[in-house]
Design a protein around this ligand. Sequence first.
Ligand code: NAP
Ligand code: ZN
Length: 349
Amino acid sequence: MKTLGYACTSAHAPLAPFSFERRAPRANDIVMEILYCGVCHSDLHWARNDWGWTVFPAIPGHEIVGRVIEIGPDVAKYKIGDYVAVGCMVDSCQHCDQCRKDEEQLCREGNTGTYGGFDRFTKEHTLGGYSKHLVVREEFVLRMPDGLDLAKAAPLLCAGITTYSPLKTWKAGPGSRVGVIGLGGLGHMAVKLAAGMGAHVTVLSRSPDKAEDARALGAAALLVSTDDDAMAKAANGFDLIIDTVPVKHDLNPYMPLLDVDGTLVIVGQIGPVAELSTVPLILGRRRIAGSPIGGIRETQEMLDFCAEKNILPDCEMIRMDEINEAFERMEKSDVRYRFVIDMASLQVG
Ligand code: NAP
Ligand code: ZN
């Protein structure tokens, strides 16, 4: 089918309207009309080729909410008119040990990204959610729970699951002390979700002016990461720290904050970090880990958890043609806390 999106043709080009074809639905595919798409910092990394593997023309967008408008003959879970969502993956091998235990994000063959992947059958380059329509196999489609505000829910599909998954893996809950480095899209969801699980949450930020926001989001306090005295006083005070910083940074100041057996989980920057001292790791039996998004079962669990607890991202709605300005603002951390594109603003024809 013919559709319209916003694509960039090089790392230096702004995003601009782009007409393209979505594949005809296969037997187990749904076709969705995209209603809303969140703007993740990964979209910006992808558009600017920060990771060095962007395929152009590129259409970012992996926080997608929409409505089913067509289904293949074998689709069993969804019907036309259902409100559904798609996150960062659209396929995986479905038979390896990781896929069989609902951890498709860790598929041994590699999952197929919503953008920047390659369709497992046609080998075509996948194009993301800054567009009017999407064709996805039903196993990678999430059901929007009743009562969750569709216009605000889109960021749950990446920022939500990427922070929910490590909070579950490291068992955040009543009695646990959780730190969140960087109060942006992922960070503000980490705060809301950890607080919703009953943990004691502290934001670690460069920005003292976010202190009031941090408390409103559910944190007990904001610790300014450049305040050496405050950082020293917080030593040994955390069981789990989720690091959402999107650029190369120094982990050394954060390691002493972990208690014995505490873990710092990197979900932000992909690539080298500044030179790291192993002293606090060894002496305090502290750990550094990483975590990518989450599986489909866990993503549905997260959506249902958010519906039950009424947890929603703080969104600033934008039109599709405001995306370049939004990218510039996101680069300066000037968003509280997630841009969401209202796809009705993208008119075909
Ligand atoms: P974001 O909205 O831009 O937020 C990042 C936050 O990090 C900022 O609000 C800022 O918080 C802090 N920060 C920004 N620049 C910094 C710097 N130079 N030094 C220290 N702190 C800085 O980005 P996001 O959408 O949350 O994404 C964050 C990262 O996660 C990106 O790199 C993205 O690619 C990655 N990501 C990973 C996964 C995964 O599967 N693991 C999934 C989605 C996204 P303060 O002002 O509070 O310091
Ligand atoms: Zn993302």
